[in-house]
Design a binder for this molecule. Structure first.
Ligand code: CMP
Length: 136
């Protein structure tokens, strides 16, 4: 049965800064993801705080929001069968040290903060996150 989904992906400042965006986009496309929409932007810290609101009680929240707003990012809507899970698999573990071979974070991630990509963690959050950046 077909289960075409959309998920939100962000190429984070550490990867954009190293000009890795085209290589990362190719990794998505090679796995059958279609990039439905994309834009390169820089967000305000207040916008990062709103985007990462689910993490607001975490000790790393402030650094996380400072970091996401520190430089240009590429935000994309990705589409594929079971896109949410497939994207999480392709990204690898949050900490690049624990990410499997062949994953984006293993290949390009520097640290748990500078882990090169963000991806929605559920279908519900994917809808919220897509609306956050692309609501018309
Ligand atoms: P991301 O998938 O963008 O979601 C939240 C981010 O918080 C996560 O990737 C990490 O880059 C960052 N982060 C920093 N410290 C931690 C931590 N201890 N546990 C989980 N995420 C962390």
């Amino acid at each position: 049965m077909s289960n075409l989904e959309r998920t939100l992906s962000i190429i984070k400042p550490d990867a954009v800064e190293r000009n890795l965006d085209d290589q990362i986009k190719k990794m998505f496309e090679n796995q059958g993801f279609k990039i439905i929409k994309e834009k390169k932007i820089q967000i305000e810290k207040s916008e990062a705080e709103s985007f990462y609101k689910v993490h607001e009680t975490k000790p790393f929240f402030n650094d996380l929001c400072t970091y996401l707003s520190s430089g240009p990012i590429v935000v994309m809507i990705l589409q594929k069968e079971n896109a949410v899970l497939a994207n999480r698999k392709l990204m690898g573990a949050t900490n690049p040290k624990n990410a499997e071979q062949g994953t984006i974070r293993r290949k390009y991630g520097i640290s748990i903060d500078k882990n090169s990509v963000h991806g929605s963690d559920s279908i519900e959050n994917a809808k919220t996150e897509i609306d956050f950046f692309f609501k018309e």
